[in-house]
Design a protein around this ligand. Sequence first.
Ligand code: NAD
Length: 426
Amino acid sequence: MSDVPENKKPSVYDNVTKQFNKAADLMKLDPDVRQILARTQNEIIVNFPVKMDDGRIEMFTGYRVQHNNALGPYKGGLRFHPAVDIDEVRALATWMTWKGALTNIPFGGAKGGIQFDPSECTCGEMERITRRFTFALGCNIGPEYDIPAPDVNTNAQIMAWIVDTFVSTQPPHERQANIHVVTGKPVESGGSLGRDKATGQGVVFTLEEWAKDKGFDLNGATYIVQGFGNVGSWASLLLKQHGSKLMAAEDASGAVANSDSIDPEDLLAYAKENKNLIAGYPRAKPIDHEALFETRADIFIPAALENQITAETAPLLSVKVVAEGANGPTDPDGDEILQERGIDLIPDILCNSGGVIVSYFEWLQNKRSEFWDLEEVDSKLHKRIVNAYGRVRDTAKKYDTDWRTAAYIVALSRLETVYKERGIFP
Ligand code: NAD
């Protein structure tokens, strides 16, 4: 991977490249392994027709990028969003490889999505788009090959439609053996208890470890959250149990703040009645995007999209720690500014890894026809996150480097070992 030419605005994939090169240089990653990991393995683009409610046929473009499967089947979410493109999916797929390697689960990295605005579609259209995309992907996904999951604007219902479409295209006697083709399914359709909250839970587990390290009390601590969907709302609900206080929140509809704090349960109840959006929430005042970043708090949880903490916004933050619920919310300029300003960072591939870890648990339960209770899921998740957190902390010390680079070094070391042990066919 070579860094961005000077006259080009960095893309999300350029950010991944920069992060990768920094870690690979520092750890002196084997040059052969470096070449392999610098490329995605497969990039699938499908164009497919869907009949809309008014009878029109609309063409959609869907993506699935498979970055690497040295550690196990490709694994990663599906995003429905107007900004989805090959560059973004490539970046998200690459981060998934690092995440699986860092958390010691037997999965590689992939990601996919469709470029469209789900808020403009009816439920029936969403179902047909999802089913037709699944059909178009065909055997490019599969329970032992590439396993999608929810991401931005996709949820358990979408996963249920995918599993139903996928198994319907299998021979009858093989249908039941294929339900682990996706994770994040509804519990009744083979999902795992605790998967809905898993990513937010993982964010909070990493914050608990950070607080222990710093001698910081989460009880009474203040936080701001950007993105109040699956990850942002669950992280907020779980921080409430610690006695932490939500001071401001932002989603695609706008931002709100209350200097006496906002009850996340009340905010979520309001959003559920308002198309899952928080604008107009009556027990807080509307604020603009800049004011969100300027809100004084101990913790900032970006849980929306990429490139939010940048050269423009990082100087506005006055927090002690950024816990990256989203993938890639901080660009390399933002990273540098946070470091200069002494703001701690729990990097995305560690902080939001709870989702893929519990996806792994769901996949295992499906394969073994088991059903674990919530305590078992939570305690196994906790153990893995604490373990990964400790390895990142120790590696940051050993290499005297920042936490993002340390997390990369842990992940890349595992991949390097596997490639060296197995060699390259033929
Ligand atoms: P979601 O669709 O449930 O929620 C996304 C939230 O972001 C919504 O509240 C939306 O309104 C908000 N948003 C969208 N555009 C915004 C903007 N421009 N400014 C502010 N807010 C905006 O998605 P999610 O599953 O919660 O995913 C959020 C992030 O977490 C993504 O980066 C995703 O890749 C990452 N992530 C999700 C999971 C998971 O299990 N769902 C796992 C790991 C990482």
